[in-house]
Design a protein around this ligand. Structure first.
Ligand SMILES: Cc1cc2nc3c(=O)[nH]c(=O)nc-3n(C[C@H](O)[C@H](O)[C@H](O)COP(=O)(O)OP(=O)(O)OC[C@H]3O[C@@H](n4cnc5c(N)ncnc54)[C@H](O)[C@@H]3O)c2cc1C
Length: 389
């Protein structure tokens, strides 16, 4: 199979990266090439996640890579983004595991947890000894998480949690779930450990997308939690939304990896496949598609680089992340569909990575706020009018 992880740097963006950022990217890239690509189609076919990669991801400093202290690597946000890009060039499911662990579960504890909770969970999560998931979506509330029905009521010194979360990445393989629930004062977060009485999980099967990723339903029936499991600084919907901003940032970078893999594959394929008198790459319509792909990937790279600079400078706004997620994932999905078409019949088989990326990107487009939800966020930002309700 073609090496689909080669450089694609039409605008010499590498020159804007530091040696450390390039080194981080290159080490994750070779890890993906060596340890992910050879097995990923099998995992996708079998609906399994390659759990044996978790210690390797931890060794590479990937879990909580851009968090400071608590055993985390403390990398800057561009290095973190480049990691997400390389993981997703392998598979969106692999990037999802790393995103959920780092930007959702660890970040929730990092930003809203007590010092004791941070000490207790974050170093073990950075080492991959504990896997986390993030339960926000419910069967009847996805784009409008504020409508959630999961409830926690005060009971003496502790809490009793009831509700159902659905579509939760890592759900059944996680050692702990960060769960969002309504209380009398509004919305808050809890850490629910696997094995807590009343907490059960079941996996969702029959997915045509994200098959190399575990997606589960979480059920909480009179789950008793003490104050040690309540995130003291998680107040209001703003708390889970701030985690989503972190995760969307990684998604915007990740999508470039999937798009690059599809582009490289389509380029090599059309250069070698002859129809009529010439290689496909010699026909104008094929070149137009390749040039469109190159253009969109280059634009996405520039958006991410600038977004990362703003994040590192502390000036990035959530709406700018929505812009990047909306643009880059949509572009990646279009690129994957185009690439699939360019391979003809070969575009539908798992000898090539394209159909897998294409199917995965349908989820990437939907989760953490669909394309249309990002549009509403941006529309509200530029007009001052909310069109959500
Ligand atoms: C594989 C996978 C993994 C996931 N992992 C997680 C996870 O780890 N944790 C978690 O909490 N969630 C997770 N999700 C859930 C995901 O975030 C939701 O699916 C997503 O937010 C969309 O919600 P929904 O599916 O309920 O769609 P809906 O909210 O029902 O939306 C359906 C359609 O209606 C549109 N729509 C909604 N509201 C409006 C409006 N006001 N105006 C116009 N159009 C609108 C949407 O854009 C969409 O096209 C995951 C989903 C998948 C598929």
């Amino acid at each position: 199979m073609a090496n689909v992880l080669k450089d694609l740097d039409f605008y010499q963006i590498d020159e804007l990266l530091s040696p450390e950022e390039k080194m981080t990217r290159d080490s994750v890239r070779s890890f993906v090439q060596r340890e992910v690509i050879p097995n990923v189609e099998r995992h996708f076919a079998n609906e399994t996640f390659p759990l044996e990669l978790v210690p390797r991801l931890a060794e590479l400093g990937i879990f909580g890579a851009n968090l400071q202290g608590y055993g985390c690597a403390g990398m800057n946000n561009i290095a973190y983004g480049l990691i997400m890009q390389e993981l997703e060039a392998g598979d969106s499911g692999l990037r999802s595991l790393a995103s959920v662990q780092s930007s959702l579960a660890m970040y929730a504890i990092y930003s809203a947890g007590s010092e004791e909770q941070k000490q207790r969970y974050l170093p073990a999560m950075a080492r991959g000894k504990l896997i986390g998931c993030f339960g926000l979506t419910e069967p009847d509330h996805g784009s409008d998480p504020g409508g959630m029905e999961t409830r926690a009521r005060k009971d003496g010194q502790g809490w009793v949690l009831n509700g159902t979360k659905r579509w939760i990445t890592n759900g059944s393989i996680a050692n702990l779930a960060v769960v969002w629930a309504k209380v009398d004062e509004g919305i808050t977060g809890f850490i629910v450990e696997q094995g807590t009485p009343g907490f059960t999980t079941s996996d969702i099967h029959g997915k045509f997308s994200m098959r190399a990723s575990i997606t589960s339903e979480l059920v909480f029936e009179d789950v008793r939690l003490d104050e040690r499991h309540h995130l003291p600084n998680a107040r209001g919907l703003r708390a889970p939304l701030s985690c989503l901003t972190q995760a969307r940032y990684g998604i915007a970078w990740g999508a470039i990896g999937a798009a690059r893999s599809c582009y490289q594959c389509a380029l090599e394929y059309t250069k070698s496949r002859k129809q009529f008198s010439r290689p496909l790459a010699g026909y104008q319509m094929v070149q137009r598609k390749l040039v469109d792909m190159l253009t969109e990937i280059t634009k996405a790279q520039l958006i991410c680089l600038r977004l990362g600079q703003m994040k590192d400078a502390g000036s990035m706004r959530p709406e700018q992340v929505s812009f990047a997620k909306r643009n880059n994932v949509n572009a990646a999905l279009e690129i994957a569909r185009m690439a699939r078409d360019m391979l003809g019949a070969n575009g539908i088989v798992n000898e090539y990575p394209i159909i897998r990326h294409m199917l995965n990107l349908e989820t990437v487009n939907a989760y953490e706020g669909t394309f249309d939800v990002q549009t509403l966020i941006l529309g509200r930002d530029i007009t001052g009018e909310s069109a959500f309700d």
